[in-house]
Structure formats: C-alpha cells, structure tokens
Design a protein around this ligand. Sequence first.
Ligand SMILES: [Zn+2]
Ligand SMILES: [Zn+2]
Length: 239
Amino acid sequence: MKRILKWLGGIALVLLIAAGSLWFYAFGSNKPIVDGQAVAPGVQTVKDGFVSVFVVDAGPGKVALVDAGNDRSGKAILATLSARGLTPSSVAAIFLTHGHPDHTAACKVFPDAQVYALAQDVAMVGDAAKSTHPLKDGDVTTVGDLRVETFAVPGHTDGSAAYLARGVLFFGDSAGASKDGVMMKAVGLFSKSSAQNVASLKSLEGRLAPRASEVQALAFAHTGPLVGFRPFAAFVTSH
Ligand SMILES: [Zn+2]
Ligand SMILES: [Zn+2]
C-alpha cells in the first residue's frame, strides 16, 4: 500500500513538473500584463488573471471593451469602470478577438453592450453572449466617437480578429510580446494552425505597413503591449 502511494506521489510530481514546464514554455518569457496600464490615450488595460481586457474610450461616459475576460463575474473590469465613475451600462460594445472562453466570460455582465466577433467565431462565442453580431474583414464599426476597424487573421482560431482602434492594434491571442520586446506568433499549442497564423500576420503587416504611423501600440491578450509598428515589421522580417 505504502509503495503504491509512493508511486502515485512520484507520478503526480512528474505530471506537476511537466505541466509547469509547459506553462513556462508557453508563457514564461512573456512581457507581463500590467493592470491599469494606458496602452495609448483612451485605451486602458484591465488584468483579469492571465488574460487582459482593454477599455477603449467611446465618448463621454461611454466605452467599448476589447474582449471580456476569463471571469464570469467581470470583477476586475467592473472595478476599473467604477474607479472611473462608469457603470456596466457604460459599456456600449464588446469586440471579441476570438471565441475562446477566456476572452468571452463577462459579456453578459454588460446589459447594453453590442457584442461583435468575426463571423467564423460567432458559434464558438455561443451562450457567452446574448447575441453576437458577425463581422467580416475590412468592416468599420462606429461606437460613439470611436472607430474600430476589423481585420481577419485566421490561425489561432478560424475567426480570429485583429482590431485597430485609437491607434492601437489589438491581436488577442494571434500574437504576443516577449520580455525583450519581440513580437511572437500565437502559442502553437493552443492554436488551430500555426502556419496560417504566421501567414495571416504577414499579410496584415503588409496591408498596414503604408499606415504604420497610425499604429502607436500593439496590444496582446496574454502579454503586455509593445510600442509602435516596428516590432510588427521586425516579426515579418524574422518569420
Ligand atoms: Zn485563444
Ligand atoms: Zn486566450
């Protein structure tokens, strides 16, 4: 009996170490997410555990969110809104970067928010939102005085979207940033197709390169942001 317990303990330890290394491999060298960080004027970071949500100004008393986090109660998002004198009803829109549940959890906390996702991921969002408006590549959505441009970047999921709003290019899980300020592709382990993810990023960089001066920052869901368009251009050179 004792021997079996010893064996089981050993196996549990090996599994724990394996899980830990996997976690480190996936996230260990990432630039950390900083709660409250202003990515650009009018774009604020909310750290919801291991994922970030962005609060984007859309006019007086009105904001949009990029993603809705991993916590169904939306606690971290609500705290940020409340500190700014805003309420759940101040959220007029939620732009989902994709349908994975760590990005959609708190959609229903915001009763007046129109929820948007790229058409291919609407089914994956499912019940996480009351209803989800389908977007397609090139769509421009207006929320108050905010203008949000949608770009299809399939690979992490079929309906992964990048959004350009207030000079910030939001990648969701389609890319990330290392501690050294290098832009990285989507984490392969959690992605549908790594090759398609890289191809989508290259194509988006090509489309936006003529407008590079409009891009003040690159924002990612599971890492901190990067400044300017240059890290995106460097990514394309090295892939
Ligand atoms: Zn994801
Ligand atoms: Zn994610």
